[in-house]
Design a protein around this ligand. Structure first.
Ligand SMILES: [Zn+2]
Length: 152
């Protein structure tokens, strides 16, 4: 599942462009009353106006959490706790695919749509995340202690 043997810094470098976008959004969320914390090697950010903003989205675009590289944006702490394993699989996918993850994800959705399937639920990356999230997370990535900013 994970990029086996890839040195620590490389797993952060390969998807860095996505993480940079995530960091900008996290910074905006924190500036709007949100908080951040580090869990399992990823920055989690939630709360503040992020939840209120997400609640205003049309149902079709509603989300509880979204992962951009090593940044996971979620509605609130309990939501992030609940979806951590799923979103951590997406972090691994970013580490594996790097810059190609975005185009590959969209291509998978397009392919499912062309086949008359559900672009989100049948997307191969989402199916993989749902499948892996149900299994035990590896001990190294599953540890919980980490830095924390503001209040979760
Ligand atoms: Zn997902």
């Amino acid at each position: 599942m994970r990029a086996a043997g890839r040195p620590g810094w490389r797993r952060y470098l390969w998807p860095a462009a996505y993480s940079a976008i995530g960091l900008v959004l996290a910074w905006i969320a924190v500036a709007c009353g949100g908080w951040w914390r580090v869990r399992a090697g990823a920055l989690e950010c939630g709360g503040g106006r992020l939840a209120a903003l997400a609640a205003r989205l049309p149902r079709r675009y509603a989300f509880s959490a979204i992962t951009l590289g090593h940044v996971i944006l979620g509605l609130d702490g309990p939501t992030l706790d609940a979806v951590r394993r799923h979103e951590q699989v997406h972090v691994w996918q970013y580490e594996r695919w790097g810059l190609l993850f975005g185009p590959a994800y969209l291509a998978s959705s397009l392919l499912q749509w062309l086949r008359g399937r559900r672009p989100y639920l049948d997307n191969r990356f989402e199916r993989e995340a749902r499948g892996e999230a149900g299994r035990r997370i590896d001990a190294t990535r599953g540890r919980e202690p980490g830095r924390q900013g503001n209040r979760p």
